[in-house]
Design a protein around this ligand. Structure first.
Ligand SMILES: [Zn+2]
Length: 344
């Protein structure tokens, strides 16, 4: 595994991770994200459906707990995890925890992983001294890259942790990739990229799907504000969702809903015949309306999850493509301003 940086702007790193996989001929662009999976399969999607999504990352994320459960079967199978889960060509990254449903640590003796590149984990909680010690000691070890763990948190702790993050990445060698766990919101992704993070997980679009949401935030930094509203709402008028969000807070449901998504379960979408996002080239937006997804959700049809997952993944992967393009063209400030405007 080799990282080559093509550009660094204000701490944001643009480049490629090369020599990946058994044949060492795979590459991955950074900043980027991994493909979130549940035991090797993208949630709600078959491998065939997954192929219809544009921009799917080259590397899929598995969790060690799911591998540990299959340990005896995999030992007996002898042909490797990739082939077992039907993704023989995919690059696999095995994390200790599932970011969506964390589980206790402790599965560290799995022989299936012995030939893999090891990613060093930087720990230390919120203590600067311990974080720096962890970073310096891990950097001395023969690791292929670094996992920045435990930086997620609520908005009040995030700012403190971002300061820690800058200090930690300053201690790490430039030529190895840095992956962060538990960060998914677009505004937080950009803040981490500015502090030298290269790779993210893609659990965020899955969480949005699970609560019946569709990602509608704009990452097209070349559009003017009116065009952005048209793309998001199908009208040039801003739709105020404040009452809707307030109502949810009172009833205590869907508290995690963010300003980057719309809640398709809401009655206001019952007769909305626009696609989820105008101009989106995903299968769902090309073939279906918001009203249809609303109908699928209220009648508990499994197809709702499939179609929302297709859109949400494609939208999120498109966001990362946009970050790389903005970095390449020195437009990251415009993208940042656009995302910041939509965050709340
Ligand atoms: Zn779409």
């Amino acid at each position: 595994m080799k990282l080559s940086l093509t550009k660094v702007v204000n701490g944001c790193r643009l480049g490629k991770i090369k020599n990946l996989g058994k044949t060492r001929d795979h590459t991955m662009d950074i900043p980027g994200c991994l493909l979130y999976t549940k035991t090797g399969s993208a949630p709600h999607l078959t491998h065939h459906t997954l192929r219809n999504i544009h921009g799917v990352p080259a590397m899929a994320q598995l969790t060690l707990s799911s591998l540990a459960e299959q340990h005896e079967v995999l030992t007996e199978y002898k042909e490797g995890v990739g082939k077992f889960i039907g993704m023989p060509e995919s690059l696999l990254y095995c994390s200790l925890h599932d970011p969506v449903s964390p589980c206790p640590a402790g599965y560290v003796t799995n022989k299936v992983l012995q030939k893999s590149v090891i990613i060093g984990v930087i720990e230390g909680g919120d203590v600067m001294e311990e974080r720096l010690r962890s970073a310096r000691e891990t950097a001395k070890r023969p690791v292929g890259g670094f996992l920045l763990d435990g930086f997620q948190g609520n908005p009040t702790t995030l700012e403190t942790r971002l300061c820690l993050l800058s200090s930690v990445t300053a201690e790490l060698p430039e030529d190895k990739p840095r992956l962060i766990s538990g960060i998914g919101r677009p505004d937080e992704v950009l803040k981490c990229i500015e502090r030298g993070v290269d790779l993210f997980e893609s659990f965020f679009p899955y969480q949005v799907t699970e609560r019946g949401g569709a990602l509608t935030f704009s990452f097209d930094y070349q559009l003017n504000p009116e065009e952005i509203l048209l793309q998001q709402n199908g009208t040039q008028e801003e739709i105020k969702c404040v009452d809707q969000i307030k109502k949810m807070e009172i009833t205590g449901c869907n508290q995690e809903i963010t300003s980057f998504e719309i809640n398709l379960k809401e009655k206001m979408y019952q007769e909305d015949f626009n696609p989820l996002v105008r101009g989106c080239s995903c299968y769902c937006c090309k073939n279906h309306t918001r009203a249809y997804i609303h109908h699928l959700l209220v009648t508990n049809e499994l197809l709702a999850g499939v179609l929302l997952m297709m859109h949400n993944f494609e939208h999120y992967f498109g966001f990362f493509h946009s970050i790389r393009e903005a970095l390449k063209n020195d437009k990251l400030a415009q993208l940042k301003e656009l995302i910041h405007r939509q965050a709340s």
